[in-house]
Design a protein around this ligand. Sequence first.
Ligand code: HPA
Ligand code: ZN
Length: 345
Amino acid sequence: MTFSAIPGASDAPAPAMLPKAELHLHIEGTLEPELIFALAQRNGIELPYADLAELRARYEFTDLQSFLDLYYANMAVLRTEEDFADMTRAYLRRAAAAGVRHAEIMMDPQAHVARGVPLATAINGVASALAASEAEFGISTGLIAAFLRDLSEESALSVLEELLGMDAPIIGIGLDSAEVGNPPSKFVRLYDRARAAGLRLIAHAGEEGPASYVTDALDLLGVERIDHGIRCMEDTALVSRMSAEQVPLTVCPLSNVRLRAVDTLADHPLPAMLAAGLNVCVNSDDPAYFGGHVDDNFAQLEAVFGFGTAELERLAGNSIRSSFIGLERRTALLAELAEWVRARD
Ligand code: HPA
Ligand code: ZN
């Protein structure tokens, strides 16, 4: 007598991860507490926390600014190219396990220059890890310089000129940090300069700021993608327009919960955004701070909203189609996604 294999037995191949692109990721937001302590020790830096538990106890946020205060403070441990490269490789290794096949990664050059770290040290450290990413982790990458909107446009323009002068391997620019009170209209010349230099354009808008900041990011800055954008849902005309134009929105559900933009994941507007026909994708933002990587975001969406194959395919497809990768890689990744869907049927 023979027995058939038990479904789900341990020798069954693990289902492949959903192949996806991650388009909203701050590399400094991937700095895990363990790495913060390791880098502090390597660089002889005294941390204001006695141990990991004391640092972890700080990861309770009431709004965007309460997070930003810790995020900028923790960057103090990043001093050398090796530090930036180690942080970047740790993200790529974890992202590969999450099924990320392409990543467009923001970094905050001004936050490092302001601490006395040379621009080249920060850029070269991140860029060296990204250069090896496809061979090492199977993840194609692009680097985006994000500018701190609570600083002046002059500061942003001078760092952008320095980046252009050193031929930094960036594909585009973004706008992040404290949103309310720092509207897109403050950065029109910065975006005009970046556009003239042939860079791709994105900006955070409608995370804590109003829907009008989303409109202004599109109309005044000419951005090709909106980071977050969840508050666009407060303006029905804007939703219709963004649905018609299929403007990509890089949504970060766990970030929105942890920064109290929404009360709980069940209150998140993502299902309504999908129902409105918006071009949304799922991202982790600052995974070391917000309780998980992009796969964790997907897992919680599946658990809370019952997302199945159709939603997962649409969200991952949007991420790949909304990326700035070339046609050949895009086609290959969409084929991988189609294969993932077929294998699940
Ligand atoms: N919002 C704005 N600025 C940021 C964020 C964010 O979620 N993460 C890092 N800088
Ligand atoms: Zn962000």
